[in-house]
Design a protein around this ligand. Structure first.
Ligand code: ATP
Length: 238
């Protein structure tokens, strides 16, 4: 079981006003929740706060019954939380295979490590073809696949993603989002997916949550949210 529960979370930078002010959100075990909202709504801040990368002023973050609030980032990762940050982060000098082996250091030993890397080549066929290529020679889509595979290979319980589809071709986006959906169904991976690509995110999510100025203004089944033009127009800009 890996349900992520966020209770009355308050987060801000320095002495400034809170960016998130009492945010409540639940991402159920094996569920995919799309986190939507305009630029500056607080999506990145929330993901970083969940990992302990920005200080929390109040509220709690729970993984099942365990209270993660106040734990160092490393301990949260050890308990199964992983973040794919915006910007397709891979080690540019290392090959695809080396990047994946690095990701697999966490949570696997010996032969299990190779098997886990092999599974990533099955999920992301283009990476198998490019396994010896250095990170810096990859296309944008390949880099994002590698960033996602590098997180998945460590078998996280909860995967947080910050705009994975940004700047990518529609076919690549569909493939990446499809992998997330499949992993949630096949392995029980719990996914919180921050996206500006509202249509894409809602097509693979169970629920959509709309943030505006650090507050949840809608939390509904994905299909209902996709079909609500007034809400889309008010908060999502289309
Ligand atoms: P985007 O899609 O542009 O990344 P977002 O929804 O992820 O937007 P955040 O990046 O979390 O939003 O920003 C929320 C608010 O926090 C904004 O007003 C932003 O200016 C502010 N903010 C973000 N990072 C910092 C920082 N390091 N220091 C001060 N304020 C920040």
């Amino acid at each position: 079981m890996s349900t992520l529960t966020i209770e009355r979370l308050v987060v801000g930078y320095g002495d400034g006003a809170p960016v998130l002010d009492g945010l409540d959100l639940e991402v159920p075990d094996g569920g995919v929740v799309a986190l939507l909202g305009a630029n500056g709504a607080g999506k990145t801040t929330l993901l970083r706060a969940l990992l302990g990368l920005v200080p929390v002023r109040g509220g709690r973050v729970l993984l099942d019954a365990a209270d993660l609030t106040g734990l160092p980032t490393e301990d949260r990762a050890r308990r199964g939380l992983a973040l794919v940050p915006e910007g397709r982060s891979v080690v540019a000098e290392l090959s695809v295979a080396e990047n994946l082996r690095l990701g697999a250091l966490w949570g696997h030993t010996g032969a299990a490590r190779d098997a886990a890397v092999g599974q990533m080549y099955e999920l992301f066929e283009p990476l198998a073809r490019r396994r010896d290529a250095a990170g810096h020679t990859l296309s944008g889509g390949e880099r994002q696949m590698l960033a996602l595979a590098r997180a998945l290979v460590a078998r996280p319980a909860v995967l947080l993603l910050d705009e994975p589809s940004l700047g990518l071709a529609p076919l690549v986006v569909a493939q990446l989002l499809g992998v997330l959906r499949d992993q949630a169904e096949a392995t029980g991976l719990t996914v919180l997916l921050a996206e500006q690509n509202v249509t894409g995110a809602l097509s693979v999510a169970d629920r959509g949550v709309v943030l505006s100025l650090g507050e949840v203004v809608a939390d509904r089944p994905a299909a209902a949210l996709a079909a609500d033009p007034a809400l889309r127009h008010a908060y999502l800009g289309f």
